[in-house]
Design a protein around this ligand. Structure first.
Ligand SMILES: Cc1cc2nc3c(=O)[nH]c(=O)nc-3n(C[C@H](O)[C@H](O)[C@H](O)COP(=O)(O)OP(=O)(O)OC[C@H]3O[C@@H](n4cnc5c(N)ncnc54)[C@H](O)[C@@H]3O)c2cc1C
Length: 276
């Protein structure tokens, strides 16, 4: 069970005598461990980095041979934030995250400042409701979009569905979503327009079940007392495992939504939360 309370490290690690010079180095400013499988961290932002909320960049560390070991990471902070935030899995034998999970404030990471991605507002046609569907760390790009005023300017209502195995794994997303109405920048825009539907699949919690099942059975619409999906006015963003994304595409297309892209905006967009 992952019931350990979140632990935030804000003081710098002891200065390392022989710190290697990293290419595209950024400095870690804070680290929060949410469970034994999940952590978030903030780093300095390159002055030249411009990105659209929802995009991802390549980040990493040097490997044992001094070569950059990079992986794709969604930027979890909004485009206006002075720092960059990331939300990460800890894969026990993962080449990057077996090391990355030990970073502390003051450490450096590599950050290639070339943001890309399809989970951007520009890839969606105008609509009234925006549905965000995430499993696991797939909440990261939505943590960015939910804190961006443009999301609230473009849509009347935002519905967040996030599913994890365990309740503790929902905590990063829960604190972020539940804090939005008190956010000094967008709190007033969010009030009364945000619906949150977190569920677990492997332990009991207030709400359980897979996103796909809760959509297909209509349970989420009944529980939230909202109409089902209408392709004329509803838009969707999907971020999860390959299997989840495939199932979601079938469900959304069954409702008449079409997949969009930067070059050809439509009713929904999808991106992998990881490869594998
Ligand atoms: C577009 C994109 C955006 C991504 N954004 C994020 C992000 O914001 N946060 C994040 O933690 N990861 C993200 N990833 C995954 C990330 O790139 C790495 O795979 C992850 O950091 C693990 O790296 P690793 O070298 O330790 O292990 P890897 O060798 O990369 O992965 C080992 C195995 O671990 C599993 N795995 C990897 N990542 C995850 C994950 N996030 N959740 C569950 N299982 C996983 C897979 O089965 C994979 O085969 C993203 C991937 C893509 C393609």
């Amino acid at each position: 069970m992952n019931l350990r309370a979140a632990v935030t490290l804000a003081s710098p690690a002891p200065a390392s005598a022989a710190r290697p010079a990293l290419p595209d180095a950024q400095t870690v400013t804070a680290v929060t461990h949410w469970t034994d499988r999940l952590f978030s961290f903030r780093v300095t932002r390159p002055k030249t980095l411009r990105f659209r909320s929802g995009e991802f960049v390549m980040i990493g560390l040097l490997d044992d041979r001094g070569k950059p070991l990079l992986r794709a990471y969604s930027i979890a902070s909004p485009s206006w934030d002075e720092e960059l935030e990331f939300y990460s899995i800890k894969v026990p034998d993962g080449p990057l995250t077996s090391r990355l999970q030990h970073i502390r404030p003051g450490d450096q990471i590599i950050l290639r400042p070339k943001p890309v991605g399809t989970l951007v507002l520009d890839a969606l046609r105008p609509g009234r409701r925006l549905f965000l569907f995430a499993t696991g760390t797939g909440i990261a790009p939505f943590a960015s979009l939910l804190r961006d005023p443009e999301t609230w300017e473009r849509f009347e209502q935002v519905v967040v569905m996030h599913t994890c195995r365990l309740a503790a794994e929902l905590e990063y997303g829960r604190q972020l979503v539940e804090g939005l109405p008190d956010d000094p920048l967008i709190g007033d825009m969010v009030s009364g327009r945000l619906l949150y539907y977190p569920t677990t699949t492997q332990e009991p919690s207030a709400r359980t079940g897979r996103i796909t099942d809760n959509l297909a059975t209509g349970r989420v619409f009944d529980d939230l007392a909202i109409p089902t999906i209408d392709p004329a006015s509803d838009r969707g963003m999907v971020c999860g495992s390959l299997g989840f994304n495939i199932d979601m595409k079938a469900i959304l297309e069954g409702w008449g939504l079409r997949e969009g892209a930067n070059s050809d905006p439509a009713e929904y967009v999808v991106e992998k939360a990881f490869v594998g």
